[in-house]
Design a binder for this molecule. Structure first.
Ligand code: OAD
Length: 247
Protein backbone atom coordinates (compact mmCIF):
# COMPACT_ATOMS: atom_id res chain seq x y z
CA UNK A 1 0.00 0.00 0.00
CA UNK A 2 1.32 3.48 -0.80
CA UNK A 3 2.21 5.88 2.00
CA UNK A 4 -0.66 8.13 0.91
CA UNK A 5 -3.14 5.23 1.13
CA UNK A 6 -1.75 4.18 4.55
CA UNK A 7 -2.07 7.71 5.85
CA UNK A 8 -5.60 8.11 4.46
CA UNK A 9 -6.60 4.88 6.19
CA UNK A 10 -5.10 6.05 9.50
CA UNK A 11 -6.84 9.43 9.14
CA UNK A 12 -10.12 7.63 8.55
CA UNK A 13 -9.75 5.74 11.85
CA UNK A 14 -8.36 8.67 13.89
CA UNK A 15 -10.30 10.56 16.52
CA UNK A 16 -7.68 13.25 17.09
CA UNK A 17 -5.51 14.56 14.26
CA UNK A 18 -2.89 17.24 14.77
CA UNK A 19 -0.98 19.01 12.01
CA UNK A 20 2.17 21.08 12.54
CA UNK A 21 3.00 23.41 9.67
CA UNK A 22 6.03 25.43 8.71
CA UNK A 23 7.16 27.81 6.00
CA UNK A 24 7.08 25.11 3.28
CA UNK A 25 3.27 25.23 3.34
CA UNK A 26 3.36 28.86 2.19
CA UNK A 27 6.12 28.35 -0.40
CA UNK A 28 3.61 27.77 -3.21
CA UNK A 29 2.00 31.11 -2.32
CA UNK A 30 5.31 32.82 -3.04
CA UNK A 31 6.31 33.37 0.60
CA UNK A 32 10.01 32.54 1.01
CA UNK A 33 11.05 29.90 3.55
CA UNK A 34 13.73 30.66 6.16
CA UNK A 35 16.39 28.07 5.42
CA UNK A 36 17.80 26.63 2.21
CA UNK A 37 19.32 28.38 -0.80
CA UNK A 38 16.60 31.02 -1.24
CA UNK A 39 15.77 31.20 2.47
CA UNK A 40 15.30 34.49 4.30
CA UNK A 41 18.04 33.62 6.80
CA UNK A 42 20.40 33.23 3.85
CA UNK A 43 19.86 36.84 2.86
CA UNK A 44 20.04 38.43 6.33
CA UNK A 45 21.37 36.98 9.54
CA UNK A 46 18.53 36.14 11.92
CA UNK A 47 20.55 37.66 14.78
CA UNK A 48 20.43 41.11 13.13
CA UNK A 49 16.64 41.04 12.67
CA UNK A 50 14.79 38.49 14.76
CA UNK A 51 16.14 38.92 18.28
CA UNK A 52 15.33 41.29 21.17
CA UNK A 53 18.93 42.53 20.97
CA UNK A 54 18.51 43.45 17.29
CA UNK A 55 15.41 45.49 18.12
CA UNK A 56 17.08 47.22 21.06
CA UNK A 57 20.02 48.03 18.81
CA UNK A 58 18.14 49.28 15.73
CA UNK A 59 14.32 49.21 15.97
CA UNK A 60 13.92 51.02 12.65
CA UNK A 61 15.98 48.43 10.75
CA UNK A 62 13.99 45.59 12.30
CA UNK A 63 10.70 47.31 11.47
CA UNK A 64 11.81 47.98 7.89
CA UNK A 65 12.33 44.25 7.44
CA UNK A 66 8.93 43.37 8.95
CA UNK A 67 7.24 46.14 6.96
CA UNK A 68 8.79 44.71 3.80
CA UNK A 69 7.54 41.21 4.67
CA UNK A 70 4.07 42.50 5.45
CA UNK A 71 3.81 44.25 2.09
CA UNK A 72 5.17 41.21 0.22
CA UNK A 73 2.76 38.82 1.98
CA UNK A 74 -0.25 41.11 1.60
CA UNK A 75 -0.14 40.43 -2.14
CA UNK A 76 -0.07 36.62 -1.79
CA UNK A 77 -2.98 34.20 -1.48
CA UNK A 78 -3.47 30.92 0.35
CA UNK A 79 -2.58 27.94 -1.86
CA UNK A 80 -4.27 24.51 -2.04
CA UNK A 81 -2.30 23.31 1.01
CA UNK A 82 -3.84 26.06 3.19
CA UNK A 83 -7.29 25.44 1.72
CA UNK A 84 -7.21 21.67 2.26
CA UNK A 85 -5.96 21.97 5.85
CA UNK A 86 -8.59 24.62 6.59
CA UNK A 87 -11.32 22.43 5.11
CA UNK A 88 -10.18 19.53 7.33
CA UNK A 89 -10.45 21.71 10.45
CA UNK A 90 -13.96 22.75 9.43
CA UNK A 91 -15.12 19.24 8.57
CA UNK A 92 -13.61 17.34 11.50
CA UNK A 93 -13.81 18.61 15.09
CA UNK A 94 -10.84 16.42 16.02
CA UNK A 95 -8.40 18.26 13.73
CA UNK A 96 -6.08 20.84 15.32
CA UNK A 97 -3.69 22.95 13.29
CA UNK A 98 -0.48 24.22 14.88
CA UNK A 99 1.56 26.63 12.82
CA UNK A 100 4.97 28.22 13.12
CA UNK A 101 4.02 30.57 10.30
CA UNK A 102 3.34 34.23 11.01
CA UNK A 103 2.00 35.07 7.55
CA UNK A 104 -1.73 34.74 8.29
CA UNK A 105 -2.43 32.48 5.29
CA UNK A 106 -4.02 29.67 7.35
CA UNK A 107 -6.41 32.24 8.82
CA UNK A 108 -7.21 33.65 5.37
CA UNK A 109 -8.03 30.12 4.16
CA UNK A 110 -10.56 29.87 7.02
CA UNK A 111 -8.77 27.46 9.36
CA UNK A 112 -10.42 26.70 12.69
CA UNK A 113 -8.68 25.50 15.88
CA UNK A 114 -5.43 27.16 14.81
CA UNK A 115 -2.61 27.53 17.33
CA UNK A 116 -0.08 30.18 16.26
CA UNK A 117 3.13 29.23 18.00
CA UNK A 118 5.29 32.11 16.74
CA UNK A 119 2.70 34.90 16.73
CA UNK A 120 1.54 36.94 13.77
CA UNK A 121 3.06 39.50 11.42
CA UNK A 122 -0.29 41.28 11.49
CA UNK A 123 -0.31 41.90 15.22
CA UNK A 124 1.69 44.38 17.28
CA UNK A 125 2.25 45.05 20.95
CA UNK A 126 4.08 47.57 23.10
CA UNK A 127 7.82 46.92 23.19
CA UNK A 128 8.00 48.49 26.64
CA UNK A 129 5.05 46.33 27.76
CA UNK A 130 3.08 49.29 29.08
CA UNK A 131 -0.06 48.06 30.90
CA UNK A 132 -2.52 49.01 28.11
CA UNK A 133 -0.28 47.83 25.25
CA UNK A 134 1.13 44.59 26.59
CA UNK A 135 -1.45 42.34 24.90
CA UNK A 136 -1.13 42.06 21.12
CA UNK A 137 -3.72 43.58 18.80
CA UNK A 138 -4.25 43.46 15.05
CA UNK A 139 -2.70 46.29 13.07
CA UNK A 140 -2.45 45.52 9.36
CA UNK A 141 -1.74 49.01 8.08
CA UNK A 142 0.72 49.02 5.17
CA UNK A 143 2.85 51.02 5.26
CA UNK A 144 2.80 51.85 8.93
CA UNK A 145 2.71 55.62 9.52
CA UNK A 146 6.24 55.74 10.87
CA UNK A 147 8.96 53.26 11.65
CA UNK A 148 9.22 52.25 14.40
CA UNK A 149 5.51 52.90 14.96
CA UNK A 150 4.62 54.58 18.27
CA UNK A 151 2.63 52.78 20.95
CA UNK A 152 -0.74 54.61 21.09
CA UNK A 153 -0.88 54.07 24.84
CA UNK A 154 2.51 55.18 26.13
CA UNK A 155 4.27 56.78 23.16
CA UNK A 156 7.08 54.20 23.28
CA UNK A 157 7.71 51.77 20.41
CA UNK A 158 5.45 49.09 19.05
CA UNK A 159 7.03 45.77 18.09
CA UNK A 160 5.77 42.98 15.84
CA UNK A 161 3.89 40.41 17.94
CA UNK A 162 6.08 37.55 16.73
CA UNK A 163 8.44 35.34 18.69
CA UNK A 164 12.09 36.23 18.25
CA UNK A 165 15.04 33.95 18.84
CA UNK A 166 15.85 33.82 22.53
CA UNK A 167 12.27 34.58 23.58
CA UNK A 168 9.93 32.08 25.21
CA UNK A 169 6.79 31.08 23.34
CA UNK A 170 3.40 32.09 24.64
CA UNK A 171 2.86 29.53 27.39
CA UNK A 172 -0.89 29.17 26.82
CA UNK A 173 -0.33 28.38 23.13
CA UNK A 174 2.53 26.04 23.88
CA UNK A 175 0.48 24.14 26.45
CA UNK A 176 -2.41 23.85 23.97
CA UNK A 177 0.00 22.56 21.32
CA UNK A 178 1.46 20.01 23.74
CA UNK A 179 -2.06 18.79 24.58
CA UNK A 180 -2.84 18.50 20.86
CA UNK A 181 0.27 16.34 20.40
CA UNK A 182 -1.59 13.64 22.31
CA UNK A 183 -3.35 12.48 19.17
CA UNK A 184 -3.84 9.47 16.90
CA UNK A 185 -2.24 10.90 13.76
CA UNK A 186 0.31 13.74 13.69
CA UNK A 187 1.36 15.38 10.43
CA UNK A 188 4.46 17.53 10.12
CA UNK A 189 4.11 19.58 6.95
CA UNK A 190 6.71 21.85 5.36
CA UNK A 191 8.93 22.42 8.37
CA UNK A 192 12.64 21.77 8.69
CA UNK A 193 11.95 20.73 12.31
CA UNK A 194 15.01 22.51 13.66
CA UNK A 195 13.40 25.22 15.78
CA UNK A 196 12.34 24.15 19.25
CA UNK A 197 10.06 23.84 21.09
CA UNK A 198 7.88 23.55 17.95
CA UNK A 199 9.96 20.69 16.56
CA UNK A 200 9.77 18.84 19.89
CA UNK A 201 6.06 18.31 19.28
CA UNK A 202 6.98 15.65 16.71
CA UNK A 203 8.75 13.27 19.16
CA UNK A 204 6.14 14.20 21.78
CA UNK A 205 3.35 12.98 19.49
CA UNK A 206 5.31 9.80 18.87
CA UNK A 207 5.66 9.20 22.61
CA UNK A 208 1.89 9.56 22.88
CA UNK A 209 1.57 6.73 20.36
CA UNK A 210 0.54 8.81 17.34
CA UNK A 211 1.27 7.67 13.82
CA UNK A 212 3.61 10.41 12.60
CA UNK A 213 3.76 11.40 8.94
CA UNK A 214 6.06 13.95 7.36
CA UNK A 215 5.17 15.85 4.18
CA UNK A 216 8.18 17.70 2.84
CA UNK A 217 10.33 18.08 -0.25
CA UNK A 218 13.38 17.04 1.80
CA UNK A 219 14.25 14.68 4.64
CA UNK A 220 14.41 16.59 7.91
CA UNK A 221 15.97 16.21 11.31
CA UNK A 222 12.69 14.72 12.52
CA UNK A 223 13.01 11.67 10.27
CA UNK A 224 13.82 9.28 13.14
CA UNK A 225 10.40 10.00 14.67
CA UNK A 226 8.49 9.60 11.41
CA UNK A 227 6.46 6.50 10.50
CA UNK A 228 5.41 7.64 7.03
CA UNK A 229 7.30 9.94 4.68
CA UNK A 230 5.37 11.54 1.86
CA UNK A 231 7.80 13.44 -0.33
CA UNK A 232 6.80 16.36 -2.52
CA UNK A 233 5.35 19.87 -2.44
CA UNK A 234 2.68 20.19 0.26
CA UNK A 235 0.00 21.39 -2.16
CA UNK A 236 0.41 18.19 -4.20
CA UNK A 237 0.76 15.70 -1.35
CA UNK A 238 -2.15 17.18 0.59
CA UNK A 239 -4.29 17.11 -2.56
CA UNK A 240 -3.50 13.39 -2.97
CA UNK A 241 -4.23 12.65 0.71
CA UNK A 242 -7.43 14.66 0.60
CA UNK A 243 -8.60 12.66 -2.41
CA UNK A 244 -7.78 9.34 -0.71
CA UNK A 245 -9.35 10.24 2.67
CA UNK A 246 -13.12 10.26 2.59
CA UNK A 247 -13.87 12.55 5.53
P1 OAD B 1 12.35 26.44 7.27
O1 OAD B 1 12.69 27.44 6.24
O2 OAD B 1 13.36 26.12 8.29
O3 OAD B 1 11.96 25.06 6.58
C1 OAD B 1 11.05 25.02 5.52
C2 OAD B 1 10.82 23.57 5.19
O4 OAD B 1 9.83 23.52 4.17
C3 OAD B 1 12.05 22.84 4.66
O5 OAD B 1 12.18 21.58 5.32
C4 OAD B 1 11.75 22.65 3.16
O6 OAD B 1 12.29 21.43 2.66
C5 OAD B 1 10.24 22.58 3.20
N1 OAD B 1 9.58 22.99 1.95
C6 OAD B 1 9.92 23.97 1.08
N2 OAD B 1 9.03 24.06 0.09
C7 OAD B 1 8.08 23.11 0.33
C8 OAD B 1 6.88 22.72 -0.32
N3 OAD B 1 6.45 23.33 -1.42
N4 OAD B 1 6.17 21.72 0.24
C9 OAD B 1 6.59 21.08 1.37
N5 OAD B 1 7.71 21.42 2.02
C10 OAD B 1 8.45 22.42 1.52
O7 OAD B 1 10.96 26.91 7.92
P2 OAD B 1 10.31 26.46 9.29
O8 OAD B 1 10.57 25.03 9.58
O9 OAD B 1 8.90 26.93 9.26
O10 OAD B 1 10.80 31.19 13.47
O11 OAD B 1 11.11 27.35 10.31
C11 OAD B 1 10.81 27.30 11.66
C12 OAD B 1 11.01 28.66 12.27
O12 OAD B 1 12.32 29.14 11.98
C13 OAD B 1 10.11 29.75 11.72
O13 OAD B 1 8.83 29.77 12.32
C14 OAD B 1 10.86 30.99 12.05
C15 OAD B 1 12.23 30.53 11.60
O14 OAD B 1 13.29 31.22 12.13
C16 OAD B 1 10.85 32.41 13.98
O15 OAD B 1 10.91 33.41 13.30
C17 OAD B 1 10.80 32.41 15.47
Amino acid sequence: MSAVAQLAEALGRARRITILTGAGVSAASGVPTFRGADGLWNRVRASTIATPEAFANDPRLVWEWYDWRRSAIRDTDPNPAHHILAAWTRAHAGVTLITQNVDGLHERAGAERLIRLHGSLWHVRCYQQCPAGADAWRDDRIPLPSLPPPCPHCGGYLRPAVTWFGEPLDQVNLAAAARAAACDVFLSVGTSAVVHPAASLIPLARRHGALVAELNIETTQAHEYVDLTIPGPAADTLTAIDAAWSL
